[in-house]
Design a protein around this ligand. Sequence first.
Ligand code: 3AM
Length: 180
Amino acid sequence: MRAFIAIDLPEEVTAALVRLQSLLPAGRPVAEENLHLTLAFLGDQSEAVLAALHFELETIRVQPFALGFSGLGVFGGDRPRILFADVGTEPALADLHRRVTGALHRAGVAVQRARFHPHVTLARFGSRATPGTAARLHRFLSDHGDTPLPSFPVTGFGLYESTLHPSGARYNLLARYPLG
Ligand code: 3AM
């Protein structure tokens, strides 16, 4: 099954993100229940591999920590693909990400080499993005890019299944790993 590992967000944070989404001039907003901070995308994995990974993730010992946002950003530049809320640099998050990567490695999951850029995806633009979309998004960023967003405590992370539907991805929590 298609799986990923993510930090879920408290309601006060998703509420603030949904308020921002409601002001968006373009794009497909991510559904409130799907807002999260991805630690790793695993792609399609067998149940045996996920069972091995579950065992490894359960061994991770990290103390809870606080995270904050550092503004909004866009992946894709002139052809915007994703609008996201940028998560500020936090050594405890980098440490958790390193440990998750180690668990993936030990469970035999091929790890993507791309640099970890912690973020919460707010909207996707797909292939419909035009220079006009980019311009409207640019205006949105200059109007709302510095909207304050609440910091939040990270108390755990989860292993999720993702199923693709015409109406969008649906995420199902397979297991949660509390910190501390
Ligand atoms: O949290 P974000 O939105 O950055 O985009 C997908 C989402 O990340 C990403 O995995 C997260 C949970 O679905 N994702 C989906 N397909 C992907 C792929 N083929 C992917 N990431 C990398 N490669």
